[in-house]
Design a protein around this ligand. Structure first.
Ligand code: SF4
Length: 352
């Protein structure tokens, strides 16, 4: 299901000029903690610079600004050079997560020759690989080169929500829950694990609705997933979400909401992690008051899969204002960041 009007609005927000960058270098490579082998450890993360997601030809997801990092002139040779850079950076790290500005398994974005070069380069060096892809590229033939080399891998899929209305009208993903199920089953049949990404608080819904949708989605994607990564909204440039946020019509979710979801998921026996991008910042998940301890507990409990400390912290805190804000927002006809709006109104009154 596609909302063509929404898709075209999102497309118009994307930069028109051809993008360029240093084609021989990945967008970024760094180390971070994750648990893709089932325990916390340093993991290398690499973002290939590519020509971008196939969905960009038509539109983009409402929160996705990865098109800001693409280059329209990247070649197979460039991608192989980028692989060399990544291998150089790896050192003794045995786990590697690979992102592109789209889908690693898309043969146009990551041509077969460049992909094979990458698999051959990491063989014997890496014990566990994670690659991201849109559902349409998760096919037996696209997965077989990984299988043939006996590489252990987790396939990451951005399902975002288990609700097709939200996938179409809030996220503009050009996908569906059924497509996710088919892709996840294919991955498992080919012997791979699945990480499912859920988006916490897409636009056009209140935070209370977003929490409900996220919990419901966790329960529905869990049977098809090795683990589930809850990604709270992070406002990226030139996106629909940024457009709404700048007009006071969107507020990123609160850390309390994310913490509640994780504690609930842990208690319910779901394998859920969250490593928020932009946490405690204006464009990322944040409470009205800055809370480093809460953010740290969210990350540490995700890594350890022990949620007791996080639960205790919630129990010992006063969440009355948080619940009150959620209740008020839920009554409004459209989502409004009213603290931001009130701030701007007061500011404009002073400056008049
Ligand atoms: S599928 Fe992924 S890369 Fe493509 S537009 Fe959506 S979020 Fe961005």
């Amino acid at each position: 299901m596609i909302d063509r009007e929404l898709a075209s609005f999102v497309k118009n927000l994307m930069p028109k000029e051809r993008r360029s960058g240093n084609n021989a270098k990945p967008v970024s490579v760094w180390m971070e903690m994750d648990r893709i082998r089932g325990y916390p450890e340093q993991t290398c993360v690499a973002i290939f610079r590519t020509t971008g997601c196939s969905w960009y030809n038509f539109s983009s997801c409402s929160m996705c600004g990865y098109f800001n990092d693409i280059s329209s002139t990247v070649t197979e040779e460039n991608l192989m050079k980028q692989t060399d850079e990544i291998i150089h950076y790896l050192g003794n790290t045995e786990t590697l997560k690979v992102f592109t500005s789209g889908s690693f398994l898309d043969p146009i974005e990551m041509p077969v020759r460049a992909r094979d070069y990458f698999y051959d380069s990491i063989s014997g060096k890496i014990d566990k690989l994670l690659v991201e892809s849109r559902t349409e590229y998760i096919t037996p033939s696209n997965l077989s080169p990984i299988k043939d080399r006996k590489l252990k891998a987790r396939i990451a899929i951005g399902v975002e929500s288990a609700n097709d209305e939200i996938i179409a009208r809030s996220i503009n993903k050009g996908s569906s829950f059924n497509k996710f199920v088919t892709a996840a089953r294919t991955s498992k049949e080919q012997g791979f694990e699945v990480r499912s990404y859920l988006l916490l608080k897409p636009p056009f819904m209140s935070e209370a609705e977003a929490v409900d949708d996220c919990m419901r989605s966790i329960a529905l994607v869990a049977p098809y997933s090795t683990d589930i990564s809850v990604n709270p909204m992070n406002i990226q440039k030139n996106t629909l979400v940024e457009y709404l946020w700048k007009r006071g019509q969107y507020r990123p979710p609160r850390l309390w909401s994310l913490a509640r979801i994780l504690v609930w998921a842990g208690r319910s026996g779901f394998n859920v992690v969250s490593y928020p991008t932009g946490g405690n910042r204006e464009r990322g998940v944040h409470n009205d008051l800055h809370d480093d301890r809460l953010l740290n507990l969210i990350v540490q409990s995700s890594l350890s899969q022990g949620f007791d400390e996080l639960d205790k912290y919630i129990q010992a805190s006063d969440l009355s204002r948080y619940y009150n804000d959620l209740e008020v927002e839920n009554l409004l006809p459209e989502e409004i960041d009213y603290h931001k709006l009130i701030h701007e109104m007061s500011y404009s009154r002073i400056s008049v």
